[in-house]
Design a protein around this ligand. Sequence first.
Ligand SMILES: Cc1cc2nc3c(=O)[nH]c(=O)nc-3n(C[C@H](O)[C@H](O)[C@H](O)COP(=O)(O)OP(=O)(O)OC[C@H]3O[C@@H](n4cnc5c(N)ncnc54)[C@H](O)[C@@H]3O)c2cc1C
Length: 456
Amino acid sequence: MSVPTAQSLLSLASAVSGSVWARGDDGLADEVACFNTAVVHDPDVVVAAENAGDVALAVGYATAQGLPVRVQATGHGAFEPITHGVLVSTRRLDSVVVDPVAREARIGAGARWGSVILAAAEHGLAPITGSSPSVGAVGYTLGGGLGPLARTFGFTADYATEFTVVTADGGLVRASADEHPDLFAALRGGKGGLGIVVEMRLRLVELASFYGGGLFYDADAIEPALRAWAEWVRTVPDTVNSSVALLRIPDIEEAPPPLRGRTVLHLRYAFVGSPEDGELLLAPMRDAAPVFLDLVREMPAADVGLVHSDPDTPGPGWDRGLMLTGLDQEFVTALLEVLGPETEAPFIAAEVRHLGGATARRPAGLDSVGGREAAFTLVLIGIPVPELFAEVLPRAADAVVARIAPWRATTTNVNFAGHITSAQEFASAWPADAFERLAVTRTAYDPGRVFSYGPA
Ligand SMILES: Cc1cc2nc3c(=O)[nH]c(=O)nc-3n(C[C@H](O)[C@H](O)[C@H](O)COP(=O)(O)OP(=O)(O)OC[C@H]3O[C@@H](n4cnc5c(N)ncnc54)[C@H](O)[C@@H]3O)c2cc1C
């Protein structure tokens, strides 16, 4: 294992516009701090890039030193510590430029969805985002990107029109339908091992508002509400987006007062159309069981983060996700048996998102998005106690997965898989043909596996 010399680090630091830290330097830990605070990176070298040239210099340095390269924007996707090699931090590449005529945004590698949403909203436009505005737009889109409006608009990767990438040889490559189409197809959902994206171009949609938010059902209304949801989702058009989350809200000050200490079902709803139609379509769920908190209303498109209201402060995180081929009343019975309010399940949230509609439709050209054939996602989020992460939570999640096995899809999506530890799980994050194509493209653009990705 090679160790960078002081001399080599000095020449790297003098060449880049941004900052360079070596292991042990003050400031390194802050630069690479993750949203998931249970993960603390300690690589040999961190390069805080300020431009594409810095990224290229970092990659050139790593290859010359025989070190692997990793990349981080926000640390929302951090599952295990990086303890070796060069970590390129893209936080400062956070520019967002909207072209209202072309209805497109140029998004830097470090930009979070929140800033893209605000920049687009100034022109009555919206990006197709994920549930949380604090997630990085590029890292998210590289995995496909399945958000609160996905049934209506599809995966976010379907809206990417170009990626500017630093590849393993340090070169800057534009990947689009016309240039390097193999790399473009791989970056639309293939996630890692291809290069460092410094900028992406994304089509925006014309959307000023939608009708949505959350309905909360108390513990004794969870079963009727969940059973009603399982029927209701069969009836709704593609303009209706919804998910349910069984939440065990801890009795702590940070929790919102009406929910503190309660076990509830949170129905998330987003209807793209008139508030009147949205209200009509939601009526069966408002009537299905007593709702103790109703936060559904017409809202600006820029408030899309309120649909899920994900926590946006860093903390220790553990999750496991998979996809489902469908669900029915027997599934609800199974789910409640292992996760219901009467159980001692060690999960603060168990979320099921309704897919279909536009998520099942492929865009023009090749792509690598996993999970198009699935009907629902299921994500388990563990109690945020790091001592439980190694054994207790994986064992409890295994038990849940075993119970719902009849409904489990064979493939999933890399953004929803959680911590991938085996080659089998890695392969299942993409359809078989896309996985094979990805391997070929990774070898073509990174023959030396500089961008180490996936389980060893
Ligand atoms: C609270 C929360 C909500 C989420 N909601 C959704 C959701 O609704 N839908 C969904 O699909 N996913 C969701 N995710 C998953 C999220 O999309 C992934 O974890 C994504 O990888 C986060 O990207 P990031 O850049 O913010 O994270 P980071 O941890 O900084 O990056 C994660 C990975 O993305 C890749 N990456 C990042 N930047 C680059 C780059 N410039 N070039 C090449 N590779 C790069 C790397 O493989 C990196 O390891 C959510 C995650 C969290 C924690």
